[in-house]
Design a protein around this ligand. Sequence first.
Ligand code: 8DG
Ligand code: MG
Length: 138
Amino acid sequence: MKTVKVVAAVICDSFENTTKIFATARGYGDFKGQWEFPGGKLEFGETLHEALVREIKEELDIKIEIGELIDTIEYDYPNFHLSMDCFWCIVTDGEIILKEAETARWLKKDELDTIDWLPADRTLIDKIESQLADLQKL
Ligand SMILES: Nc1nc2c([nH]c(=O)n2[C@H]2C[C@H](O)[C@@H](COP(=O)(O)OP(=O)(O)OP(=O)(O)O)O2)c(=O)[nH]1
Ligand SMILES: [Mg+2]
């Protein structure tokens, strides 16, 4: 099975005091209407950071700062294997404009389980919830 290498941005309001994260609903294709984190496939020769900055500019028209890696999700879809690196990010410049997504939401911590995520994202949501819970204990 072919592997598709993807990088995704979990954009939050603050690295230290996170109260909400940004999710988008896919605007096209097989998973239209299901929720995900903005990002996309690496192009040849790009680093993870270069790819993520490019994708977020293309999809949301903003500049981001990339923080820590949250997790690398490995997931088998029927037609391909997904390997997706997911990073905490914050917006550093611009106003979000949805260039590709059908719609978007800023989700509070307790809302993360209330929407229909892409299948590969469910383990990531658990990881995000536990990292946010750890942050609160500090
Ligand atoms: N961006 C993104 N893709 C995800 C997530 N979860 C998940 O299973 N995927 C899958 C869906 C796609 O099959 C694959 C690649 O994502 P993509 O469609 O965003 O790639 P792209 O932006 O480069 O778009 P395209 O030009 O190939 O259409 O990863 C997620 O949270 N974010
Ligand atoms: Mg994309």
